[in-house]
Each structure stands twice: as structure tokens, then as C-alpha cells.
Ligand binder design. Structure first.
Ligand SMILES: C/C(=C\COP(=O)(O)O)CCC[C@H](C)CCC[C@H](C)CCCC(C)C
Ligand SMILES: Nc1ccn([C@@H]2O[C@H](COP(=O)(O)OP(=O)(O)O)[C@@H](O)[C@H]2O)c(=O)n1
Length: 246
């Protein structure tokens, strides 16, 4: 079988399999919904990027690979708009915020329309990173790591660390922002080592990487709602251009 076709099947299988595994762990293991959702949020990008080396050097391989998140994004659009019904997808992607310290607890409505913002932007970020950046671009890799490791770790840090509200956004915390910077830095370092080790890209200096992680945490701390899924990768894209990354 053609190498790219096999790689595409593997990517699609992993996408469906990972989502099902997370749902299973959530329902059987009794994990709170926010945690299941964050495990999906953090794990999807790295798993997606781990698939990139399977593809050939063909010009079309990045486009083919990006069709997997594109199909997922189309599904979010179809379910969010009510064209097709998928209550399980709505349940996985949205959750009522149960944190008593949050001034406005109704952050997640549980309505299908919620898929049209956070998850659609999340999916589009994956499409853009693969189609426009791909495995030779440190910018694309760091952008996805900031979205998954940074934004994902922020909510976990906010839940688990002592609550010290940020002066410019009382709904977010210092612990959440430190976790965002740490998550973005650690995941970026790991993924860049992976791609660097395979000879796809040069590794940016740790100092510049730390700068990117802090920039990501800064953007994440703003009151952007679900738009942070677009703002974070875009901010890293600007940072990457300024830093002279590819
Ligand atoms: C819950 C999600 C986004 C909401 O963002 P936020 O409001 O918490 O900031 C993520 C939903 C992810 C989705 C169910 C699955 C996405 C699939 C994907 C784009 C394809 C990746 C393929 C790979 C091989 C795993
Ligand atoms: N810097 C941060 C980010 C999030 N959080 C916590 O995580 C919750 C959800 O964060 P968020 O609104 O960014 O959620 P997503 O849109 O990223 O899913 C917030 O209401 C806070 O309780 C935090 O404490 N500090």
C-alpha cells in the first residue's frame, strides 16, 4: 500500500481511538469531565505530531495529513450547527464548570453550539500547523505545543494549585499561568527533540523556547474565552517569525 495512504489511515485510526480511549477512561474511571476533556486537549496535538514522520516527502503529504483534523473540524461544525446529532461529542467537548471559586461558574454551557468556537478553533489550529508548517517548522511544532501543553496545563494548574487570582483577569490564577508556561515549555522541548533527533529541524535555543512559553502563558492569561485556541497559536506564529524560526 502507498506509504502516505497507510500513514493517513494510521493517523485517522489514532484520532478515533484516542478519543474513544479517553471517553472510556472518563466513564469507567469516574474521572471528572473537565479532566477527561483536558486529557483530550493535551494529548491530541502531540499524538497528531507523532504521526508526521510516517508521511513521505511528497508536497501533498502535509495536506493529506491535515485532512484528519479538517474532517474532525467539519464534524464539530456539523454537530454544532445541528446538521447532525452527536450528544457524546457534545458531552466530551463541553462541561459545566464546577469550581466553586470561579466567579462565573457557567463557563461551559453543555450546548452543541459550544462546539462552534473552542473545538472548531482547536481543530483549525491543527489543520494550519500541518498544512502551513509541517515537520520542518519549529514554529508549527511550538504553536501546537503551546495550545495543547500550555492551554491544557493552565486549567489543571488552576484547579490543583493554591488560588492566587491574576490582577488583570480575576477568573485566572498565577498557578494556572505558571503551569501554562511550564506545560508549553516541556512539551515543546520534547517534541522539538523528537523532530530534531529525526533530522527534520534545528532545535531553537532553550532561551528562545522559554520566551515562547512565557509569551504563550501571557496570551493564555487574557480574558479571551474560547478564542484562546486561535490566539495562542497565532501569538507563537508571530513570535516564531520575529525569532527567525521557520
Ligand atoms: C475540548 C477541545 C477543545 C475545546 O477547547 P477549550 O474550550 O478547552 O479551550 C478539543 C476537542 C478535541 C476533539 C474532540 C478531537 C480533535 C481531533 C483532532 C483535531 C485530530 C487529531 C488527530 C490525532 C491523530 C489525535
Ligand atoms: N491561567 C489560568 C488559566 C485557567 N485557569 C482555570 O481554568 C479555568 C478554565 O480556563 P479557560 O477559561 O482558559 O478554559 P479553556 O477555554 O482553555 O478550556 C478557569 O476558569 C480557571 O479556573 C486558571 O486558574 N489560570
Amino acid at each position: 500500500m502507498n506509504r502516505d495512504l497507510l500513514a493517513w489511515l494510521c493517523t485517522a485510526f489514532l484520532a478515533v481511538g484516542y478519543l474513544h480511549l479517553c471517553r472510556l477512561i472518563g466513564s469507567r474511571g469516574g474521572l471528572p469531565r473537565y479532566l477527561t476533556r483536558k486529557i483530550i486537549h493535551i494529548g491530541t496535538g502531540p499524538i497528531f505530531m507523532l504521526c508526521w514522520p510516517m508521511y513521505s516527502e511528497s508536497h501533498w503529504s502535509s495536506v493529506l495529513c491535515s485532512s484528519v483534523p479538517a474532517l474532525a473540524t467539519l464534524q464539530f461544525l456539523a454537530v454544532g450547527s445541528g446538521w447532525i446529532s452527536d450528544p457524546k461529542l457534545v458531552a466530551t467537548s463541553s462541561v459545566w464548570c464546577t469550581d466553586p471559586n470561579v466567579p462565573n461558574p457557567v463557563q461551559r454551557t453543555g450546548l452543541r453550539q459550544e462546539l462552534l468556537t473552542g473545538p472548531v478553533l482547536y481543530g483549525l489550529a491543527h489543520v494550519a500547523a500541518a498544512a502551513l508548517g509541517w515537520r520542518r517548522s519549529p514554529t508549527a511544532v511550538v504553536a501546537l505545543c503551546a495550545l495543547c501543553g500550555g492551554d491544557g496545563a493552565a486549567e489543571l494548574g488552576g484547579h490543583w494549585l493554591p488560588r492566587v487570582a491574576l490582577p488583570w483577569n480575576r477568573q485566572k490564577t498565577l498557578g494556572g499561568s505558571i503551569s501554562a508556561a511550564g506545560g508549553a515549555f516541556l512539551l515543546s522541548s520534547a517534541m522539538l527533540s523528537f523532530f530534531g533527533g529525526l533530522g527534520f529541524l534545528y532545535r531553537p535555543s532553550p532561551k528562545l523556547l522559554l520566551g515562547a512559553a512565557l509569551a504563550a502563558a501571557g496570551v493564555e492569561s487574557l480574558p479571551l474565552g474560547a478564542w484562546d485556541n486561535a490566539a495562542l497559536p497565532l501569538a507563537i506564529w508571530v513570535y516564531g517569525v520575529a525569532a527567525g524560526w521557520q
